[in-house]
Structures are given as structure tokens and as C-alpha cells.
Design a protein around this ligand. Structure first.
Ligand SMILES: Cc1ncc(COP(=O)(O)O)c(C=O)c1O
Length: 398
């Protein structure tokens, strides 16, 4: 509402909010707030709306944090503590067979800060950045807040819900595109790009003079023997953004990282110094231990795999005919048109009447999202079983 007033040119003044702050709310968080309110009234709610692991941070991380609390905690280098940067660099050799210098690793306050730094370091106000739709809503909202222009490209089953070199050529005809951002596996779909499709997209982006930003936050969370390829396997010029939030179960610790080419290291360092000085020392010290918690984290992934199998068999039985390919992450993005044509109303009724919280699609796709909801399967298995029972009852299929 405030934003509307601003756009009309009225209401300007020292007490008004800026036009750049008029970004969309995140509906998933609104659903969470309503679900929490209902829980406060004593209702039982199955949470399938939020994209965060139900499991706590691994034991090794908690032990490292306890130990760190005994010593002084202070500011660190803006680019991050050296041992963590070195360990992250080693992760690239171990996981992808790619040599990354610790000097190109930058520790960030979650991948969210990584996007801000990448956008500020790589782009100037008014430049256009290509994004696939459906996609994670914060990309477009951060870009808008920074006076950058998101160019959202609707993807379809024909290209397996991925951007293609042809898409990039097509949107470039309307004016230069300064960068392209993709996530594989993606949110809300869980869909992964085939390795050769990813490689072709990176090569085309670079040929067209675009920064390629690769959100690799769901790496590690892939199923059925798949492997997520890093953009760095194709190009040392890619900007990679990643996080301890998802695979490593550390959402609340606000720690992530990015890998940037040499020419962006100092610009990002200057921005980080001024924007937030450094990432919390405690979280950095704890995150160092996360790489040694493989066994525990794989057990968490096994629960997601079990949840994914349950939903992938149960949802079609209940009448959901189209579910996007969920190769990784912990989501299923399902078409609700067999039941309704407005996913916001559908989600509201499901929450109010059945106590199941899901996220409506318009968060992820303002054009076609009214036909979809996102189920997060990151919770405990028993909760998923209960959620499917309630959904069946709600749809009159039990
Ligand atoms: C695709 C994607 N990227 C980035 C993020 C942000 O995560 P964080 O800032 O916790 O690293 C999320 C969170 O849901 C996400 O789904």
C-alpha cells in the first residue's frame, strides 16, 4: 500500500519508506506466521511450508561452538577466518575435483549476503539480470532493492524447467543482460540441470558477456545416485554462492560462502567490510566442523529421501497429476488444478481446515504460480505421514 502511494509520486518526504524497499513479502513467511498463530491457539499444525531442515546442527558443530564460547569472540577478517576459507577450498577439490584457492573463498552471512555482495560487486544500478521462473523469490526482490532489473524467464517442461542458451539469446535481443542466476537443484522445484545443459548455459552466458551466478545451496541434497555439478567445473569465472543452511542443517547460524574470480575479491572485501564488518566469529568456528559431520548429515538426507518417496507416491494417488522433477533439495512443486485454480486460497483452506501448512506458488512464479503449491519435505517422517493423511481427508480421498 505504501509502495503504491510512492509510485504515484505522492507521499514522498523524509518520513516515507523508499521506493526500493517496496519489495514483495515472502508468502512462505506469512504462512508460517499464520501457522504459528494457530498453534498458539492450541491447533496442531503439520509444517510443510518452510524450507529448513527439521534436524539440528551436527554434534561436531555444536561441540565446536561450545569450545569457541570459552575463548574471545571478535570481529574476523571481512573475507572470513583463514582456516574456514582453507577448508571450503579443500571441499571443492574433494567434492568436484576443482582447484580453488582459499583466496577466492569469501565467508558470508548465509548465501543471502552472498547474493547482495555478488549483485553489488558485479552490477551497476539499472542493469538487467536473467532469472528462471519459477525460482527463489529473494533473487528478484534483492535485485529490485538494489535498483537492478530482474528479467524473469518462464521455464516449461520442454526444457526440463531450465534456462537454455536460446533463452539467453532471446532476452538479450531486448537489451543487454549483465548476468544470469540459476540454482541447481532449484527451489521450489528441486529440479536439477543436466550437467551438459548447465555447461552450455554457462558458456553462452560468458560468450554474451554475462556474469554467471550459480546458487549451489542445495548441493549435497540429491537423490537416486545423482551428482550436482558445480559451475566451477565449467568456468573459473563463475560466481558460486553456497551456504551451511541446508545440507549442513545450520539455517540459524547465518553462515555461507561464495567463490569469486580474482578481480571480484577486493571489491567484495571492501563491500563486506563496510556492510557488516565480518560474519559472526562463533558461526565461522562452528561451521569449520560441519565438513567432518558427513555421517550424521547423510542420515538426515536419508530421512528426506524417505519423505520424498512417500510424497512422490502419495500425491499422485490423491490426484496430483503434475509434480515437477524433484532431483534434489527438499521440495515438491505440485500442480493443484485438479482441485482448485487459486493456490493462495487452496493453501489458506488447507491450513485453516486441515492444519497443513504449504507455500502457495505465487512466491516463486508471479505468472503461473497460482496453479502450484510447494510442499517442503524437510521435516520428520512421522509429520510427513500425518500431513499426507490430513491432505487426503481434506481432499475427500481418505
Ligand atoms: C535457493 C535458495 N537460495 C538461497 C537461500 C537462502 O539461504 P541462506 O541465506 O540461509 O543461506 C534459500 C533459502 O531458502 C534458497 O532456497
Amino acid at each position: 500500500m505504501d509502495a503504491e502511494v510512492k509510485r504515484d509520486g505522492k507521499g514522498r518526504g523524509p518520513t516515507g519508506a523508499s521506493e526500493r524497499s517496496a519489495v514483495d513479502p515472502f508468502l512462505a513467511m506469512d504462512v508460517l506466521a499464520e501457522a504459528t498463530r494457530l498453534e498458539g491457539e492450541g491447533r496442531s499444525i503439520v509444517h510443510m511450508e518452510v524450507g529448513q531442515p527439521g534436524a539440528p546442527a551436527p554434534k561436531a558443530v555444536l561441540d565446536a561452538a561450545r569450545e569457541a564460547l570459552a575463548g574471545p569472540l571478535g570481529y574476523t577478517e571481512a573475507l572470513g577466518r583463514a582456516p574456514l576459507r582453507e577448508r571450503i577450498a579443500r571441499h571443492y577439490a574433494e567434492t568436484y575435483g576443482v582447484e580453488v584457492s582459499p583466496g577466492n573463498v569469501i565467508v558470508t552471512t548465509g548465501s543471502s549476503a552472498g547474493f547482495m555482495l555478488a549483485f553489488l560487486a558485479g552490477f551497476d544500478a539499472g542493469q538487467r539480470i536473467a532469472l528462471p521462473s519459477p525460482g527463489y523469490p529473494a533473487y528478484r526482490n534483492i535485485l529490485k532493492a538494489l535498483d537492478l532489473i530482474p528479467v524473469e524467464i518462464e521455464t516449461t517442461a520442454e526444457t526440463r524447467w531450465a534456462l537454455t542458451p536460446e533463452h539467453l539469446e532471446q532476452v538479450s535481443r531486448d537489451g543487454p543482460i549483465a548476468g544470469v542466476l540459476v540454482a541447481s537443484p532449484a527451489n521450489p522445484t528441486g529440479t536439477m540441470m543436466e550437467p551438459d545443459a548447465l555447461e552450455a548455459l554457462i558458456r553462452k552466458a560468458e560468450e554474451l558477456g554475462m556474469w554467471f551466478i550459480s546458487d549451489e545451496i542445495y548441493h549435497g541434497l540429491v537423490y537416486e545416485g545423482r551428482r550436482a555439478a558445480s559451475a566451477l567445473e565449467t568456468s573459473p569465472d563463475a560466481i558460486v554462492v553456497n551456504s551451511f543452511s541446508k545440507y549442513y542443517c545450520m539455517t540459524g547460524w547465518r553462515v555461507g560462502w561464495m567463490i569469486v574470480p580474482d578481480r571480484l575479491v577486493r571489491p567484495v572485501e571492501r563491500l563486506a567490510q563496510n556492510l557488516y564488518i565480518s560474519v559472526p566469529d562463533l558461526s565461522q568456528r562452528a561451521a569449520l566442523a560441519a565438513f567432518d559431520a558427513r555421517e550424521e548429515l547423510e542420515a538426515v538426507r536419508a530421512v528426506y529421501a524417505q519423505n520424498r518417496a512417500l510424497l512422490r507416491s502419495r500425491l499422485p494417488e490423491l490426484g496430483f497429476e503434475t509434480i515437477l522433477p524433484a532431483d534434489g533439495a527438499f521440495y515438491l512443486y505440485a500442480d493443484i488444478t485438479p482441485f482448485a485454480d487459486d493456490s493462495v486460497a487452496f493453501s489458506r483452506a488447507l491450513l485453516q481446515e486441515a492444519g497443513v501448512a504449504v507455500t502457495p506458488g505465487p512466491d516463486f512464479d508471479p505468472v503461473g504460480g497460482h496453479r502450484f503449491v510447494r510442499f517442503s519435505l524437510a521435516g520428520q517422517h512421522a509429520a510427513m505421514v500425518e500431513g499426507m493423511e490430513r491432505l487426503a481427508h481434506h481432499l475427500g480421498r481418505s
